[in-house]
Design a protein around this ligand. Structure first.
Ligand SMILES: Cc1cc2nc3c(=O)[nH]c(=O)nc-3n(C[C@H](O)[C@H](O)[C@H](O)COP(=O)(O)OP(=O)(O)OC[C@H]3O[C@@H](n4cnc5c(N)ncnc54)[C@H](O)[C@@H]3O)c2cc1C
Length: 326
């Protein structure tokens, strides 16, 4: 087992509610480590709608979702939180009173006196495109996220999609890949116009290929991709030789491993908590942010979710005072 990282509080989820909790805990002098599956800080705001305007934060007439995340980061900087990105918390084990051992899928181990689950809608799961047999290539040649850009150096890369992720990775991987093709089913993009213009410029300079169509089949051996068969919009077929396929068809949210942590669940999703303190049925494990509302995501937003961190901090403060008196 790896050497454990010891901390007062481990926060699972670096979305806006997890971030604001750092501020409330910091006022109590409690150090927080945050773990997130994503490769960036900011939860749904950063991953799903970074450029969308947000108008419903008091005192902030206008910001973008990414602007809000940047503001939160500036606000919690004095408390020096530590971030562990691209790590999914898989297990939580009670090993003391109060002490928890938390393990991630990347082998990191934490020991924390308090755990705060700020996991939002859960883990974001990539949408798999409807290509027969694609599972056989996943993790070998088919990837739904880019964890290490270097893995694609000198590879023939095929990126599929028309959103921000597809365009961002086209621009970022073009200088590394030996050959890069962006495939999209239509000429209109959901991605930001700036990225689309940059991609078109690369295509115009012959640095990448941009083609219209949809992948209908894959060919290769032992999980190693050799080519993708692409159907054009007029029904004709052609193939693209490639070593890696990166489909970016969006994400869905699933509660994921949270369901296995011994927290009382209702209907497989709701985490009922004492809403005075937001403590779960396991003492020492708290729940904050929109995860509290299960699938009723219209109930908890950034603004009302931030109070959970405050209520949790208040509860911890009371408990710390009681412990000192004892
Ligand atoms: C398109 C869209 C527009 C929106 N617009 C607004 C708006 O204008 N105003 C507003 O107030 N709200 C808005 N919302 C809702 C708002 O984004 C959410 O209420 C808010 O993000 C909840 O914050 P959170 O910190 O609770 O969870 P999230 O932002 O969901 O963050 C949770 C984090 O936990 C991580 N995680 C989950 N499980 C694990 C695990 N096992 N291990 C490690 N990490 C894990 C996830 O990767 C994620 O990053 C919008 C939502 C969407 C989708």
């Amino acid at each position: 087992m790896n050497e454990p990282i010891k901390t007062d509080v481990l926060i699972i989820g670096a979305g806006p509610c997890g971030l604001f909790a750092v501020f409330e805990l910091g006022l109590l002098n409690m150090k927080a480590h945050l773990v997130d599956i994503l490769d960036k800080i900011g939860g749904q705001c950063a991953e799903l709608y970074p450029e969308k305007p947000i108008y419903d934060i008091p005192g902030v007439p206008f910001t973008t979702a990414q602007g809000l995340v940047d503001g939160l980061m500036a606000q919690i900087k004095p408390f020096e939180p530590s971030f562990h990105l691209q790590e999914m918390v898989e297990t939580i084990e009670k090993i003391g009173d109060p002490l928890f051992r938390i393990k991630t899928d990347q082998g990191k181990v934490f020991e924390a006196k308090v755990v705060m689950i700020a996991a939002g809608g859960g883990s974001f799961q990539p949408k798999r495109p409807p290509i027969p047999g694609i599972e056989a290539y996943e993790e070998n040649s088919v990837f739904y996220s880019v964890r290490k850009m270097e893995a694609f150096r000198d590879k023939r890369v095929l990126i599929v999609g028309g959103g921000d992720s597809a365009l961002d990775w086209t621009l970022n991987l073009a200088p590394l890949a030996s050959h890069l093709t962006l495939l999209h089913r239509r000429e209109q993009f959901r991605a930001s116009p700036d990225s689309v213009n940059k991609m078109m410029a690369l295509a115009g300079e012959g640095k990448i290929d941009f083609v219209l169509g949809q992948v209908s089949a894959l060919e290769g051996e032992g999980g190693r991709l050799a080519k993708a068969i692409v159907k054009r919009n007029d029904g004709s077929d052609f193939h693209i030789a490639c070593d890696a396929l990166l489909p970016f068809f969006g994400l869905t949210m699933k509660l994921g491993p949270v369901a296995n942590w011994g927290i009382e669940l209702k209907d497989g999703e709701l985490i009922p908590v004492d809403t005075a303190a937001f403590e779960s049925n396991v003492p020492g494990i708290y729940v904050a942010g929109c995860v509290v509302s299960g699938s009723k995501t219209s109930e908890i937003f950034i603004e009302n979710g931030r109070f959970h961190g405050k209520q949790i901090a208040d509860d911890l403060k009371t408990k710390l005072q009681v412990a000192r008196v004892k």
